[in-house]
Design a protein around this ligand. Structure first.
Ligand code: PRP
Length: 177
């Protein structure tokens, strides 16, 4: 059986929402020169679009982690693959995520970054799956709340496929009914 994709957030809606998020962040962080920290790989497209809509000076860095878990479920145990190159001590940091599901990956990353004494630490996520949350995480900016369906596109993958799609789509296949 082949993969079936159903578009749930169109390119135009993504663009409009990201522009609005960038406007809010630009207002909140005026004169603060924040560091945007993208969590690879999923956040790379969101980060690229968000940074180009921001109207304030800011820095960009990335973290890459591998989450141990079975299939699509994160366990909260994270292997560090790439760390920041910027020292965030005393800086205003915004974590940039593509999707929050159980919240375990982000909780681990957040706790780790907090030990580095940033001046502030907030989170922006494009997508939020509230129903799957296993741990409470304070989210400052949320693009879209979505139902508990497996989604791909705009940076999000299934077996490394579909990251390049310009929209968010629900994926249905024999492994993912
Ligand atoms: C995704 C996403 C988050 C995490 C969310 O990354 O980018 O980091 O899963 O899941 P959680 O809230 O249940 O912890 P993934 O492990 O798919 O890696 P990728 O970004 O490289 O595709």
């Amino acid at each position: 059986m082949t993969d079936q994709l159903k578009v749930i957030i169109r390119k135009r809606e993504l663009k409009k929402r990201i522009k609005k998020l960038a406007y809010e962040i630009s207002n909140d962080y005026r004169d603060k020169n924040p560091v945007l920290v993208g969590i690879l790989k999923g956040s790379f497209i969101f980060m690229a679009d968000l940074t180009r809509e921001l109207q304030i000076p800011h820095e960009i860095d990335f973290i890459s982690v591998a989450s141990y878990g079975s299939g699509k479920c994160a366990s909260g145990v994270v292997r560090w693959l790439k760390d920041l190159s910027i020292n965030i001590e005393g800086k205003h940091v915004i974590i940039v995520e593509d999707i929050i599901d159980s919240g375990l990956t982000l909780n681990y990353i957040r706790n780790n970054l907090l030990t580095r004494n940033p001046k502030s630490l907030k989170i922006v996520t494009l997508l939020n799956k509230k129903r799957k949350r296993k741990i409470k995480i304070p989210l400052k900016y949320v693009g879209f709340s979505i139902p508990d369906e497996f989604v791909v596109g705009y940076g999000l993958d299934y077996d490394e496929k579909y990251r390049n799609l310009p929209y968010i789509a629900q994926l249905r296949n024999e492994k993912n009914e």
